[in-house]
Design a protein around this ligand. Structure first.
Ligand SMILES: Cc1cc2nc3c(=O)[nH]c(=O)nc-3n(C[C@H](O)[C@H](O)[C@H](O)COP(=O)(O)OP(=O)(O)OC[C@H]3O[C@@H](n4cnc5c(N)ncnc54)[C@H](O)[C@@H]3O)c2cc1C
Length: 463
């Protein structure tokens, strides 16, 4: 099989963003994707009049790379802000609203914090003490639980750090790295001595309502994948090609091998698959690089979409959803109120909900039968939201090993990976779990690595 100046392995958001950047720079490339479709974990199903994002469903506005890309692709006008605010958490089996003026539950104003029933009086006093607690940044990396416990006390670990900060990564607060995932919090501690002070300083002088924290294309995140694919030359993307190894060739450049026994040559290779997939691809090429990639663990998550007639749901669903601390002993870790958050996702007389299961807290959930997952999700969601009757639509989506975990020490591991990469001119790595985790990170890093690959190619061609 003939090659291309750049071969991209993996057609998720990282690989597609890289391909788009190469295309923009007129650098020929070949993108090889193992499955039959492009987009990776981004998948949207349209069933009856429901629009269901099976994997990711939102773009973070604080990190603009993905939103900027949507605008470049001509779909900026399709983005809608999240329509509701306010998150709930479960405490003692009941829904408690987190203070509106908060960032991940960390108070930015006092009065809503005083009245919330999400925390005990003792827990609130300990959390409020953060304001005066001297900043003592740890010398090295520390876990989310260690940081939040040190600053806000144990209750904040149980009710905020684990279900919210670690929960969005499907991870364990005792293991995830503060430095890799929340460097902004550490900067605030260093700069202001306190996160509450830092967040309050950030709010000062702000007038009017804050911008929505998330946006999404009105027809679901697949719109982004469709726009990317439409922007790329059709012959440059091949699906159904599973890459299983790379090797260096004498004059510089690489041979890329696929599982069907085909070989392609490339001046540069950009690996855009999860860390645990990259490890075997580079094992014979660079065992140390493979070893470092293999040390980035991943967790499996499950999402269950459930739709009900609106009249069957007692809760008015004014908000974005509910997170469930593990001490509550429920089968789900969160449920988001999709039809409240996003316009156009369900007929007006129905509601669409999405329950999350699995992750580090329940690794066995991915292996449950579809019926067992649905029974668990329906039971917990029904109990929390006061639902009578059965769902009119129910779907289960399994995401095996989909969330790579940036654990304590991750930045040290990344330094080793970057060190190995610097020994191989023309080899690049970009995927969730390396230099970021969300779509915005994947888009930014995919484009950055493609830009670096675009510099290599003309050098090789003229060498
Ligand atoms: C359930 C869930 C919800 C999420 N929610 C959000 C959210 O709301 N907002 C957000 O910003 N982020 C969210 N994320 C994270 C976000 O989806 C990911 O960061 C991002 O989509 C990962 O893109 P990627 O291209 O790095 O990896 P992937 O999407 O995993 O793509 C990798 C691609 O490589 C292909 N591949 C694998 N092996 C090979 C091989 N040997 N050869 C060729 N191809 C191969 C795969 O088939 C796949 O298409 C969520 C993730 C999950 C799982």
């Amino acid at each position: 099989m003939p090659g291309a100046p750049v071969v991209i392995v993996g057609g998720g958001m990282s690989g597609l963003a890289a391909a788009y950047e190469l295309c923009r720079r007129h650098v020929p490339f070949l993108l090889l994707e193992a499955s039959a479709t492009l987009g990776g974990v981004v998948k949207t199903e349209r069933i009856d009049r429901f629009v269901i994002d099976a994997g990711p469903d939102a773009l973070l506005t604080q990190k603009p790379a993905a939103i900027d890309l949507c605008r470049e692709l001509g779909i900026g006008h399709r983005l809608r802000p999240q329509a509701t605010r306010g998150t709930f958490l479960v405490r003692g089996g009941a829904l408690r609203s987190l203070p509106e003026a908060s960032v991940f539950g960390i108070p930015t104003a006092w009065s809503p914090f005083v009245t919330t029933r999400a925390f005990s009086l003792r827990g609130k006093l300990r959390m409020a003490a953060e304001y005066v607690l001297p900043g003592r940044p740890a010398a090295g990396d520390e876990s989310i639980a260690s940081f939040m416990g040190r600053r806000f006390g144990r209750e904040a670990v149980e009710y905020l750090a684990d279900p919210l900060l670690a929960g969005i990564h499907g991870g364990d607060a005792e293991r995830l790295s503060m430095r890799a995932l929340f460097p902004r919090f550490l900067d605030m501690e260093r700069r202001y001595g306190s996160l509450i002070r830092g967040f309050r300083a950030g709010m000062r002088g702000r007038t009017g309502p804050a911008a929505a924290p998330f946006v999404a294309p009105i027809g679901g995140l697949c719109e982004m994948v469709e726009a990317l694919v439409a922007a790329l030359p059709r012959e440059s993307c091949r699906t159904g090609v599973r890459v299983d190894g790379i090797e260096a060739i004498g004059h510089g450049g690489f041979r890329v091998h696929d599982a069907a026994g085909n070989t392609m040559t490339a001046d540069a290779v950009l690996l855009a698959t999860p860390p645990r997939i990259i490890a075997p691809i580079v094992r014979t090429f660079d065992p140390a690089l493979a070893g470092a990639c293999a040390r980035i663990p991943s967790v499996s998550v499950v999402t269950a979409a459930l739709a009900y007639p609106r009249r069957a749901v007692k809760n008015p669903l004014n908000g974005t959803g509910v997170v469930v601390p593990r001490s509550e002993g429920m089968g789900i870790s969160a449920v988001t109120w999709v039809s409240s958050k996003w316009e156009g996702r369900a007929p007006s007389d129905h509601v669409l909900l999405r329950a999350y299961l699995g992750g580090a807290r329940d690794p066995g959930a991915i292996d449950l039968s579809t019926d067992a997952i649905l029974a668990r999700a329906h039971r917990d969601v029904g109990r929390l939201l006061g639902i009578i009757g059965e769902p009119v639509l129910a779907r289960v989506y399994r995401w095996p090993h989909a969330n790579a975990q940036q654990e304590v020490g991750h930045l040290g591991l990344m330094a080793q990976i970057d060190d190995r990469l610097s020994a191989h001119s023309g080899l690049f790595i970009s995927a969730a779990g390396f230099r970021g985790s969300g779509i915005a990170d994947c888009v930014a890093d995919g484009r950055r690595q493609a830009t670096a690959a675009a510099v290599i190619v003309p050098q090789r061609l003229t060498a």
